[in-house]
Design a protein around this ligand. Structure first.
Ligand code: 2DT
Length: 233
């Protein structure tokens, strides 16, 4: 128990929040500070499961909503032991998206209600969405890059992939906010995805360098100090 491990940091964010740029800037900062690190990206489209996910996201294939949800989760489980090994070796792991995206996107899928066609209901219950990721190595900190839909719109059009639609993005933002509250709450461990995780909201509407500074300010003591407690599960 005495030996130190490195921290696990997850970057989550809405479309057009600058997540990819900011993740690269954070990694560059770790490099400059001489902190050993590894950047992972979820979905990891290089594995066999990842290729199925890639095809689905590009609308080249159709899959049942339950199936694609479980594939996204399986794509994290594929890397679970690698993450634990890296942390134990003192390598800081940064993940561009993780289980929080998994829940936020799947729980945002809706269909019209049979009894009241004017209203929509979730296709997959929230608790069902969370279940497959319980027990994964949990991050020490999540940096959630938040941007208001109106501001995101000013940054230009959405991409081509499935889910890159404004209505969907607005629902995803709400589920992320709910996950943030839940993660920061005092709920019993069994009712939270990530028992020891710190959830930090970063205002991604600010200019690039200011966002990068805020992210660094939030994680720097964690990445400089190392941790003695085991990886959260
Ligand atoms: P990128 O644009 O960041 O490659 O994401 N997604 C992601 C899910 O629906 N479930 C998940 O578990 C993960 C990790 C978010 C591709 C899209 O995949 C969605 C956007």
């Amino acid at each position: 128990m005495g030996s130190k491990r490195a921290p696990f940091i997850v970057i989550e964010g809405l479309d057009r929040s600058g997540k990819t740029t900011q993740t690269a800037l954070l990694q560059g900062r770790l490099e400059r500070e001489g902190i050993p690190n590894k950047l992972l990206k979820f979905p990891d489209r290089t594995t066999t499961i990842g290729q199925m996910i890639d095809s689905y996201l590009k609308s080249a294939s159709e899959l049942d909503d339950h199936v694609i949800h479980l594939l996204f989760s399986a794509n994290r489980w594929e890397l679970a032991s690698t993450i634990e090994k890296l942390l134990a070796e003192g390598v800081t792991v940064i993940a561009d998206r993780y289980a929080f995206s998994g829940i936020a996107f799947s729980a945002s899928k809706v269909e019209s209600s049979a009894s009241d066609p004017g209203t929509t209901i979730p296709k997959l219950p929230f608790e069902w969405c969370r279940a497959p990721d319980i027990g994964l190595p949990a991050p020490d900190e999540v940096l959630f890059l938040d941007i208001a839909p109106e501001q995101a719109r000013l940054r230009g059009g959405y991409g081509e992939e499935r889910y890159e639609k404004e209505e969907m993005q607005a629902r995803v933002r709400q589920v992320f906010q709910h996950l943030g509250e839940e993660t920061s709450s005092e709920k019993p461990q069994s009712e939270r995805l990530a028992p020891g995780t710190k959830w930090t909201v970063i205002d991604a509407g600010k200019e690039r360098d200011a966002v990068a500074e805020n992210m660094w300010a939030s994680v720097q003591s964690l990445v400089r100090g190392g941790l003695t407690q085991p990886v959260w599960k």
